[in-house]
Design a protein around this ligand. Structure first.
Ligand code: ZN
Ligand code: ZN
Length: 261
């Protein structure tokens, strides 16, 4: 299994996943040019991508789609309501669009879409299942519903949102309406809520990318402190029972090559 988070945060998100020779992008919120360049950096030709699966229609998840569709003709999979709500729908060729139900197949992979609580048309996260591996993406979450918790359980690799520190958000410079949106049940997940989802996870030794981190209301040192403190108190040793890695906005972060082959 190869997993690389090409970009993560409010300025754009895209994740590359390859399992059993099927290659996917999950979200395409950075430019097609940058996606192509980042893929080359990890030895992948963009022409060999089998599909793009989209979580929801916010721009930081779809900005690269028009060019990816036009130039490379890559099939795009998402909920019908998500396609309908895309600002760039007119620029996408109908042939590229594949509306999905809760389970679908791309190449050798079986993919589950699970509903998330977020302020978009029909937002989902994804669990990608190979023969023996499971990789789950759960970002842009107002809170961790029982559906989300069930989906992240048993994941070998998990990309989980740790968006903000509650105190930094409350005391920060954002207008009150935006603070309320982020904190609401349909907004974004805080560091401590991410930690509790990890504590409840049924899996030994998962590799976790902490993702969609706010540049205004969070920082790696604070997130690390909050999350490790909570999981340690619950008997989980970071580094031994679970590996934590931070995804980045402007840099590719890759799963170590010897993990979950
Ligand atoms: Zn969003
Ligand atoms: Zn987002």
């Amino acid at each position: 299994m190869h997993v690389s988070v090409l970009a993560s945060g409010s300025k754009g998100n895209s994740i590359f996943v390859e399992i059993n020779n099927t290659r996917l992008l999950i979200d395409a919120g950075i430019s097609a040019r940058r996606i192509s360049k980042s893929l080359l950096g990890i030895g992948v030709d963009i022409n060999n991508i089998d599909g793009i699966i989209i979580t929801h229609e916010h721009r930081d998840h779809i900005n690269g789609l028009p060019t990816l569709c036009k130039k490379y003709n890559i099939p795009i999979y998402s909920r019908a309501a998500t396609f309908k709500a895309m600002y760039c729908l007119e620029k996408l060729s109908m042939e590229c669009l594949h509306p999905i139900k809760d389970n679908f197949q791309i190449g050798s992979l079986s993919i589950d879409a699970f509903n998330t609580s977020h302020d978009a048309a029909d937002p989902v996260g994804y669990s990608v299942h190979g023969k023996q591996q499971k990789c789950t993406v759960a970002t842009d979450l107002g809170f961790v519903t029982s559906t989300v918790q069930e989906a992240i359980d048993e994941s070998d690799v998990l990309i989980l949102e740790a968006n903000h520190d509650q105190k930094m958000l409350r005391e920060g410079n954002y207008p009150w309406s935006l603070k309320q949106r982020i904190m609401s049940n349909r907004g974004h997940l805080s560091n401590s809520d991410a930690a509790w989802a990890l504590v409840r996870m049924k899996k030994h030794n998962p590799y976790v990318f902490l993702a969609h981190m706010s540049e205004e209301n969070n920082c790696p040192a604070v997130a690390k402190q909050t999350i490790t403190q909570i999981i340690k108190q619950q008997g989980i040793n970071p580094g031994e029972d679970m590996t934590l890695q931070f995804a980045k906005q402007n840099e590719t972060v890759t799963l170590p090559a010897n993990k979950f082959i």
